[in-house]
Design a protein around this ligand. Structure first.
Ligand code: UN1
Length: 493
């Protein structure tokens, strides 16, 4: 019997007033339905906002180390349930089981990190220009935050956002992706069990247009954090009004392979970056910018390994590459393969659907791709990799920077001068040397430049900045009126 999941509002599971539902499926076996979820509407968001507003009065006043105790408990429960949740991630999202476990581990890590912040949340102190006056900054919550999250890290990304939002004293209205509502519901259930007070985290499932749209425009929501498509990011910026908005949008991440690179190492990085998570990470490697001197050799090495990649259910031990999230994603990858062929790129391997049920697509490699082709510029979010040959480092950097996005980038070289030149000149928020473009760690900031984002960063200490406001405090204990910029002239007298 399929469970009908409700929204989670004010500490209770409640049905949507719409009376409508939708289903979640296993992308490896689309005939398998995993749960039934509320297709919520504007009124449900209103209820969630009211609950979050009421809860804010209490939660924002709990001392941060007290809030941290709840976060540590969430970490503990996630750890206890890691296997079960990892399997759930694989079943609902499709990534291979080791990565499903990694998704949960990333959530464990970030709850632990943000819980630690409960005893820091540092501001700073600095001298005043006047006598007997004290200056400091303190971190304060923003208020109610609207979180809109994607399906590709169905536990980790909600965890990044919720852990930071909660430790700073905010309350949350959370709309998860409609492709992975079960992972979201299980996470919220676990957070409730860990002792998150009623109304602090409210989950409303349903479509982007009305649930997401209402959150984005809501006058009582003062912060929005969104990870997903660039078009939605643009919509948010146009419709959110005056809110603190954090966006993590697309990527067209490149690995540069120089002629002096350790090619065996680069090969592992390319395979992991391009075909890990079936290419469905914002950080996925979708371009390899390769020095012509090693192009042919690397193509041979890559072909040999890509042919061996085993497609299948993420739960099967032999699987290297799982399914894509849904049929639309399969069609999108295929559309880009047709575009690549029409543009005149050389198809080295893949480029079609395998004969198996499920949302699968063969790992695909194009070579002799030129920087102006659409497959070298547009985010595909699937297992389609483009090799772009170049003559030297300067050209490689120019090509790497020639796209609208700037999330993650990498260079493989043995030459420290080349590595540092790339670190300095590549336009990206995350940069790797002799490592793949994926695999960011939670205690460092994560985010991108150009059309990848709007300048905010998640995780690490910058994650605290995204989810809090700074208050500047002056305490004058001189007992008289002191005028800044004016009386300062007298202090040396
Ligand atoms: C994403 O795809 O939006 O760096 C996040 C990585 C992961 C996070 C990816 N830790 O690949």
């Amino acid at each position: 019997m399929l469970r009908v999941w409700s929204n989670f509002i004010d500490g209770k599971w409640v049905r949507s007033s719409s009376g409508k539902t939708f289903k979640s499926y296993n992308p490896a076996k689309p005939s398998q339905t995993l749960g039934i979820f509320q297709q919520s509407n504007e009124q449900d968001v209103e209820r969630a906002v009211s609950a979050a507003e009421k809860a804010f009065l209490f939660w924002s006043d709990v001392p941060a180390p007290g809030r941290a105790r709840v976060l540590f408990k969430i970490r503990d429960l996630l750890t206890k349930n890691k296997q079960r949740l990892g399997k759930l991630v694989t079943t609902e999202m499709g990534k291979v089981f080791a990565e499903g476990l990694g998704d949960v581990q990333e959530a464990i890590d970030v709850f632990e990190y943000m819980a630690g912040e409960g005893r820091r949340l540092f501001g700073h102190t600095t001298p005043s220009e006047l006598r007997d006056k004290f200056c400091m900054t303190v971190r304060q919550p923003i208020g109610i935050i609207g979180l809109i999250t994607p399906w590709n890290f169905p536990i980790a990304i909600p965890a990044w956002k919720m852990s930071a939002a909660l430790i700073c004293g905010n309350t949350v209205v959370f709309k998860p992706s409609s492709d992975t509502p079960l992972c979201a519901a299980e996470l919220v259930k676990l957070m409730n069990k860990a002792g998150v007070p009623p109304g602090v985290v409210n989950m409303v499932t349903g479509p982007g247009e009305n649930v997401g749209g209402t959150i984005i425009k809501h006058p009582k929501i003062h912060g929005i954090s969104f990870t997903g498509h660039k078009d939605t990011g643009n919509y948010i910026l146009k419709n959110a009004g005056i809110k603190k908005v954090g966006l993590e949008l697309g990527g067209k991440n490149a690995i540069i392979i120089m002629d002096d690179a350790n090619l065996d190492l680069a090969l592992e990085g390319v395979l992991w970056g391009a075909f890990g998570t079936t290419g469905q990470r914002c950080t996925a490697t979708s371009r390899v910018i390769i020095h012509r001197a090693v192009q042919h050799r690397f193509e041979q090495m890559l072909l040999e390994r890509v042919h061996k990649l085993q497609l299948g259910s993420g739960l099967s031990k032999d699987t290297d590459v799982g399914p894509l999230i849904n049929q639309a994603a399969v069609d999108k990858s295929h559309k880009y393969v047709q575009i690549g062929k029409t543009e005149g790129a050389t198809l080295l391997c893949g480029g079609g659907r395998p004969r198996m049920k499920g949302c699968y697509y063969n790992p695909t490699v194009f070579t002799n791709v030129t920087p102006t082709m659409r497959i070298a510029n547009e985010e595909i979010f699937g297992p389609v990799l483009s090799l772009i040959p170049v003559n030297d480092l300067n050209e490689a950097i120019e090509v790497a920077n020639g796209v609208e996005y700037g999330l993650s980038a990498s260079i493989y070289t043995q030459d420290i001068n080349k590595a540092f030149k790339a670190i300095k000149r590549i336009e990206s928020g995350v940069m790797y040397v002799n490592a793949s473009t994926i695999g960011a760690e939670v205690h460092l900031p994560f985010g991108g430049v150009k059309n990848t984002g709007n300048g905010t960063r998640e995780a690490g200490i910058e994650g605290i900045h995204e989810f809090s406001e700074v208050k500047t405090v002056y305490v004058d204990f001189s007992g008289k009126l002191q005028k800044a910029q004016i009386d300062v002239m007298k202090v040396l007298k």
